[in-house]
Design a protein around this ligand. Structure first.
Ligand code: PMP
Length: 353
């Protein structure tokens, strides 16, 4: 065997959800927003001059950072931006989890966390969620090298109340606690309000869900200056120009349109609550999700089989075959019309089995 093969970093990668093409596909599998980005984004895209692409973008993405700082009432030195929250989270793992002590995150959560931990050689432990898929805060009050909590959690959609999140941050003043708030705009209380009080708290959010811009790849972290400075030091040791010019310009437009953001998130929340009722009528149980997806199971319908049947009909949802999630499907909230087609398929499927 050639010797270079022995020097390869062997990793088992994260597997993202499918991205099927085609107008007739109903895509409820990767928690994207079914509504377009804010009108200002479309306008700015039309007006964008490609001549600007000759030059490198602002490595600090200043315009975008300023818009976020204003939106969240933070200083510009309290915000770090990256290529989707995956980039931001990966960078945060690399920056903050170097003690050699195990990092803690739940057994059922965003499945990228163990992938980064392995890639960077970070030891980790995964306290089990309880039988209702809830975090027990006491599991996070012991010696550790850092904590990562998706809140609301994925793929369950369940939130941890802010006072319990705060209890975890307070009990861990010597480690960095990352709160991944990819879905916070659809429910739950953000930990951003806690930033002035805790120098060990990093809150991570994304433009991929509530701001309808998954394809643009924009994520951000918020925390006290020293944390953000440490993230920047690692970023500038790896790639100065993470944010491309369209992301900076279009992301800024998205943040500026608060009214549109409020309107679309409210609409998705309304559709989610309707979905919970309609799926309940069909005999599904749904976790108490406050995100833009539902985590559902049915006593009579095998989840893996239902997943395949939906897929064969052009309706894509997400299935996680791991032991604790194998009886569930994760279903992104689509438009009202898409959801009607989904319910109709389910009603006829349940009649057939
Ligand atoms: N965190 C959680 C909990 C997620 O579900 C996702 C979406 N896959 C992400 C982070 C990453 O999203 P993005 O990189 O698009 O910001």
């Amino acid at each position: 065997m050639s010797s270079w093969r022995e020097s390869i970093r062997n990793v088992e990668p994260y597997v993202p959800g499918e991205q099927p093409r085609g107008a007739s596909v109903i895509k409820l599998n990767t928690n994207e927003n079914p509504y377009p980005p804010a009108p200002g984004v479309t306008r700015a895209l039309r007006e964008m001059d490609p001549d600007l692409f000759r030059k490198y973008p602002d490595p600090s993405a200043g315009m975008l950072v300023d818009a976020l700082a204003e939106r969240y009432g933070l200083g510009r030195d309290q915000i770090f931006v990256g290529v989707g929250s995956d980039d931001v989270l990966g960078m945060a793992f690399l920056t903050f989890f170097n003690s050699g002590r195990p990092v803690l995150f739940p057994d059922v959560t965003y499945s990228f966390y163990p992938v980064w931990a392995k890639l960077f050689g970070i030891p980790y432990e995964t306290p089990a969620l309880d039988e209702n898929f809830c975090v027990n805060p006491e599991d996070y009050k012991r010696d550790n090298g850092g904590i990562v909590l998706a809140n609301p959690n994925a793929p369950t959609g369940i939130r941890l109340p802010l006072d319990q999140v705060e209890g975890i941050i307070k009990a861990n003043r010597d480690s960095v606690v990352i709160v991944d708030e990819a879905y916070i705009d659809f429910g739950g209380e953000s930990a951003v309000a806690l930033i002035p009080r805790y120098d060990n708290l990093l809150v991570v959010q994304t433009f991929s869900k509530s701001r309808s811009m998954a394809g643009m790849r924009i994520g951000y972290a918020m925390g006290q200056r020293d944390l953000v400075r440490a993230l920047h030091n690692v970023k500038y040791s790896y790639n100065s120009y993470t944010m491309n010019l369209p992301s900076i310009i279009l992301g800024t437009e998205a943040v500026r349109d608060e009214a549109y953001f409020q309107e679309t998130t409210r609409r998705i929340i309304r559709t989610r609550e309707e979905a919970r009722r309609r799926l309940g009528d069909l005999g599904f149980t749904c976790t108490d999700s406050c995100t833009n997806f539902l985590f559902i199971s049915h006593r009579r319908a095998d989840a893996a089989r239902l997943f395949e049947a939906l897929r064969a009909d052009g309706i894509y949802v997400r299935y996680f075959p791991a032991l604790r999630t194998k009886d569930y499907l994760r279903v992104t909230i689509g438009t009202e019309e898409e959801m009607e087609i989904f319910y109709k398929f389910l009603a006829s499927y349940l009649d057939r089995i």
